[in-house]
Design a protein around this ligand. Structure first.
Ligand code: ADP
Ligand code: MG
Length: 230
């Protein structure tokens, strides 16, 4: 009942197995470490956007999910903040050099934009991140990867290049995000996405983000996401 009222107020909807997580209306009730909470407050944001209000508790519960909301609605932070908490909880934080959180995005511009949001919220932390995408020289991207990252933002083609050359690997990935999933499919990246995802452990958490919910995305969600609560 409370969940229903809260969703109505947000003009949001949740589908899938119940119980549905209760939306959060404040930044300070999702368990962010104090320094991160200060960064979020410092960013001048008043309250979570609707996709954050429903996405955070879902993502933090460990469930796979598809977040659908229009462009500009704050989807990056919807997966980034739970991702930072996820990374902090990994005992493997110190071991290994491949990413723990992987974000796939369709274009270089988006990958760069996501990376700058990631840097803004990991500044001063031990979390390393980089973005890899096509259209530029591989060398500096490769050396960033070799140094090790916890968060990797990548376009599918360039990521496959680096996987095939052994520059990085996906053994540590437990938090997978497909950002702008609808655009990635529109751009014909489905085969590359499937190839990448097949290299990630099946007990990962998978989150997909999209502005639309066409049949093709539904099919991908069925293939990549698990219905049951972990
Ligand atoms: P989307 O991925 O849904 O298109 P973005 O994640 O790129 O949206 O966010 C759009 C803008 O909104 C960014 O500048 C981001 O910093 C800002 N933003 C994110 N969360 C909030 C919030 N809770 N309140 C206000 N602005 C926010
Ligand atoms: Mg986005």
């Amino acid at each position: 009942q409370q969940v229903a009222e809260s969703l109505k107020a947000l003009n949001a909807n949740i589908e899938g197995r119940k119980p549905h997580p209760r939306p959060v209306t404040r930044f300070d009730c999702i368990g962010l470490p104090e320094d991160l909470l200060q960064t979020v407050k410092g960013a001048g944001f008043d309250q979570p956007t609707p996709i954050q209000a429903v996405g955070w508790p879902a993502a933090l519960s460990g469930r796979d999910m598809v977040g659908i909301a229009q462009t500009g609605s704050g989807k990056t932070l919807a997966y980034l903040l739970p991702g930072l908490i996820h990374i902090a909880e990994q005992p493997a934080l110190l071991a290994g050099d491949g990413p723990i959180a992987l974000v796939m995005a369709p274009t270089r511009e988006l990958a760069m934009q996501i990376h700058s949001e990631v840097m803004r919220f990991t500044d001063g932390s031990r979390i390393r991140s980089t973005a890899v995408f096509g259209g530029v020289n591989r060398y500096s991207q490769a050396s960033d990867l070799r140094r090790g990252v916890e968060i990797l933002i990548a376009t599918p083609g360039r990521l496959l290049d680096f996987l095939e050359s052994g520059t990085t690997n996906l053994k540590r990935v437990t938090y997978l995000n497909l950002d702008e999933a609808d655009r990635m499919l529109d751009m014909g990246f489905e085969p590359q996405i499937r190839k990448v995802v097949s290299q990630i452990r099946p007990d990962r958490q998978t989150l997909m983000w999209s502005a639309t919910w066409p049949k093709e995305i539904q099919r991908l969600a069925r293939d990549f996401c698990r219905e049951e609560t972990p």
